[in-house]
Design a protein around this ligand. Structure first.
Ligand code: SF4
Length: 308
């Protein structure tokens, strides 16, 4: 049996990456909507253990052209530079070495230190913005303000790292829909990331957000409201050479068992009008639908889908 510590989560676009687990869990672990590491105590792994896994990964992922460092927020590790250097030496043909990172961690590390990580071989960081609305971020216990999100994102960009930002559609619920959409666009505009990835919030069973929802403190949005939010967000985006990506099934909307929306994808600003047109047409379709409109939230609630 192979003695190797597989990380439980990775972004969808890292599906063919070699996965290297340098820590267990999330050092923050307080976001209301997140259940990923709720049962895992944050624990950095030793450099020796990590190097052994990197040596093993070379054989498990012989074709890998990219390497993903896990779990969440792994750049807090004191040995980050050494780890990245070792990955680079063992995967010399890797075109991409990436990691999850909290914006606040990026802000604390600063552009100079992040620049050292970049020199060592790190190429991209995946950052969960979730929302650019201060009230929503605070409610969700994200642990960072919009200003800190911008500072962290800018530090990564100044260090030469590619930046992939995740925006959580529905994060503000019905009550903060407008502020969440416009605030998120404002933060993205302040950073100008390379990628903006859309995820739609599904309130998971056992999450702290589910408790808030049951107590009436969070009111989830309907499929129509979610699309309206995406449109508002996109209308307020003013970024250059940025790819908007909807690469998650949580964005899907069905009418009468037919997928009518899988998300918008395109380069900004060149394809903005086309994406807005897709949203307008889908909104019209939903507005006039007589059949039942379903999204991932509804299917999850009904037990039709279980894994996110
Ligand atoms: S969303 Fe990210 S930062 Fe928040 S608890 Fe989950 S893993 Fe940690």
């Amino acid at each position: 049996m192979i003695n190797y510590d597989f990380p439980p989560y990775r972004p969808p676009n890292e599906a063919s990456s070699a996965l290297i687990r340098v820590s267990h869990g999330c050092p923050w672990n307080r976001c209301l909507f997140c259940t990923m590491y709720k049962t895992v105590k944050f624990q950095p792994r030793s450099l020796e253990e990590i190097k052994k896994d990197i040596d093993t990964a070379v054989h498990i992922f012989p074709e890998a052209r990219s390497v993903f460092i896990a779990d969440s927020d792994s750049l807090v590790m004191k040995d980050s530079e050494k780890i990245i250097c070792y990955i680079k030496s063992r995967f010399p043909h890797a075109e991409r070495i990436t990691s999850y990172a909290r914006a606040k961690t990026l802000m604390r590390l600063g552009a100079e230190r992040l620049g050292k990580f970049h020199e060592a071989g790190l190429t991209r960081v995946h950052v969960g913005l979730e929302s650019g609305d201060a009230t929503t971020l605070s409610f969700l216990k994200k642990g960072a303000t919009p200003q800190e999100m911008i500072a962290g994102g800018k530090a990564a960009r100044q260090a030469g790292l590619e930046l992939s930002i995740y925006v959580l559609i529905g994060a503000g619920g019905k009550d903060r829909l407008t502020e969440h959409a416009i605030g998120s666009a404002f933060v993205c505009n302040g950073i100008n990331p390379d990628f903006i990835r859309l995820r739609t919030l599904i309130v998971q069973h056992g999450s702290l957000l589910e408790e808030k929802m049951k107590a009436g403190q969070y009111r989830p949005t309907s499929p129509l409201q979610k699309l309206t939010e995406v449109k508002l967000f996109l209308e307020h985006l003013d970024v250059q050479d940025c790819e908007l990506v909807s690469d998650h099934h949580s964005n899907t909307i069905w009418v009468d068992n037919t997928i009518v929306y899988g998300g918008v994808n395109g380069i900004l600003p060149a394809e903005k009008n086309h994406m807005l047109e897709v949203l307008n047409q889908t909104l019209q379709r939903l507005f006039h639908a007589r059949e039942e409109i379903l999204d991932a939230t509804i299917l999850y609630e009904r037990g039709v889908i279980s894994s996110l």
